[in-house]
Design a protein around this ligand. Structure first.
Ligand code: SAH
Length: 249
């Protein structure tokens, strides 16, 4: 059973033994990795209570250590349902939004083993969502347009030795044709429309889950479903993402 922390929740930053392996430069204080299991358990309990029901998604959210992806000064907020700054004006999405979007993605085409096939993530950011996707998909291509964040994600993911994530530096508005067709495409940044390249690179039976700017100016979550004969777009709840931008920087 998962041990539930008392309230007010406090992450013990110092009492456990140091990690045995060489710590990466952004290392969180020793002990966090051990104690964070309970904080993730509490976070996953809330996600389930709020309606996330896919067991693979919940297991993935339980296993990825979100505190490893944020600045150590913010580590004690890493299991709250909040977005946090990751540098260069960008943010790591709220856990509830990550879980919701991946659950929507998984309602599309799955492999016989029940996982997603190949997935494209647009907007790697710090690499957190890519790590979560790696738990539920066979292969993840994740593209980022800001070199500083592409490198940060590489540094964050390297110690986790995740073999099925491929990080790419480039403009994800064009998708990534070399990895296509994708069973799913997920975007962490919102534009005015779903780029045609994403629809073209989606496999029949696949889904795109992305924020999109609505005519009134607010963003909403959009699901695009592609079949052999049609492309259907559904608009869901309001969300708040950073803008999808073209070009690299
Ligand atoms: N999934 C990320 C969220 C990062 S925020 C995480 O877990 O941390 C969204 C990211 O999308 C930002 O880093 C931003 O630079 C990136 N982005 C915006 N437009 C993009 C584009 N056209 N191609 C690739 N990345 C883009």
């Amino acid at each position: 059973m998962t041990r539930r922390p008392g309230f007010p929740a406090r992450i013990d930053l110092g009492s456990a033994p140091a990690a045995p392996r060489k710590a990466p430069s952004h290392a969180v204080p020793a002990g966090m990795g051990l104690d964070s299991q309970a904080f993730r358990g509490r976070m996953v309990g809330k996600l389930a209570a709020e309606g996330i029901s896919d067991a693979q998604v919940l297991a993935a959210m339980q296993s990825v250590e979100r505190h490893r992806f944020v600045d150590s000064a913010l580590a004690n907020q890493s299991y709250e349902d909040t977005s946090l700054p990751i540098g260069l004006g960008q943010t790591i999405s709220k856990p509830s939004v990550v879980a919701r979007m991946i659950e929507l993605l998984m309602a599309g085409q799955r492999t016989p083993g029940g996982r997603l096939g190949r997935v494209l993530e647009v907007g790697t950011g710090c690499g957190y969502q890519a790590a979560v996707l790696a738990c539920v998909a066979i292969e993840v291509y994740s593209i980022e347009r800001l070199r500083g964040l592409h490198e940060k994600a590489r540094d964050n993911l390297r110690p986790l030795r995740i073999a099925n994530v491929h990080l790419l530096f480039g403009d994800g508005m064009a998708g990534y044709a070399r990895g296509a067709p994708y069973a799913g495409i997920i975007a962490a940044a919102g534009g005015e429309a779903i780029p045609q390249a994403w629809i073209d690179q989606l496999a029949p039976g696949g889904r795109i889950v992305a924020p999109m700017v609505m005519p009134q100016g607010a963003q909403a979550l959009c699901v695009v479903e592609k079949t052999a004969s049609e492309v259907k777009q559904t608009v869901l709840e309001t969300v708040h993402f950073v803008p999808l931008k073209s070009g690299i920087a």
